[in-house]
Write a protein that binds this ligand. Structure first.
Ligand code: PRP
Length: 217
């Protein structure tokens, strides 16, 4: 049993894009590197560090909690927006402190009035679970939620919706499209999540990584 465990790879699922880059930079600080991943032209999907018995793969953000829940990855790194939206079973073990942004209700300033008066409004969003929870459970307001898959700011511009619920980082997408933050739903950042069984079976290796990360954060 102990032999099996020693030879077992710990697998990381990283959300593609900016978060993955930041995560790898952070891992480097605790001596965890993956040379193979630095090759920009590679079409490989999974990368191995034989020496440390680690594997890394890049996935679409919303799929990261899925890989972790099913144990196809022991550890995942993804935004808290995605963790809340997907509602998968996993332990959230660390706030990595980067990828900081806010989930907000945004729209043209005229929409502020309609929001205040609890009128029946249309809300376009990539995050229907978060939007529904906010309007129904926090604001006790009935709204019509329309799911989009990106460029959500188009919603109010082309007349699909009154407002949007979306991520605001620098605010420049809003500014350039004549929209503004109307209400803040919650702050967001990158989180590390761990499969519940892995947390028991690989507690030594995983806790070691967590405590070393805490030291450099
Ligand atoms: C995100 C988000 C906003 C934008 C916010 O979109 O949905 O559109 O970034 O960033 P800012 O406040 O710094 O302008 P993303 O680039 O991930 O693409 P998407 O619109 O396809 O979701």
């Amino acid at each position: 049993m102990s032999n099996d465990n020693e030879n077992r790879y710990l697998t990381f699922a990283l959300g593609k894009g900016r978060l993955a880059k930041k995560t790898l930079e952070l891992m480097e600080k605790i001596g965890i590197t993956c040379e193979e991943m630095n090759d920009k032209d590679t079409r490989k999907l999974i990368f191995v560090n034989e020496e440390l018995k680690l594997k890394f793969f890049l996935a679409k953000g919303p799929d990261v909690p899925t890989y972790v829940e099913y144990g196809a990855a022991d550890i995942g790194v993804v935004g808290s927006d995605t963790i809340i939206e997907e509602g998968r079973r996993a332990y959230e073990v660390l706030d990595l402190g980067f990828g900081k942004c806010r989930m907000c209700v945004c729209g043209p300033k005229e929409a502020r009035e309609r929001l205040m008066h609890h009128e029946m409004i249309r809300v376009a969003t990539k995050y229907p679970v978060i939007a529904k929870d906010y309007f129904y459970n926090v604001k006790h307001q009935t709204v019509d939620i329309i799911k989009l898959n990106g460029s959500v700011e188009l919603g109010p511009i082309v007349g699909l919706s009154d407002v949007i619920v979306d991520i605001v980082e620098t605010g420049s997408t809003l500014r350039e499209n004549g929209l503004e933050v109307l209400e803040e739903v919650c702050p967001l950042s990158a989180r590390m999540i761990v499969n519940q069984v892995s947390m028991q079976m690989e507690s030594k290796r995983i806790n070691d990584i967590i405590s070393r990360l805490k030291e450099v954060l």
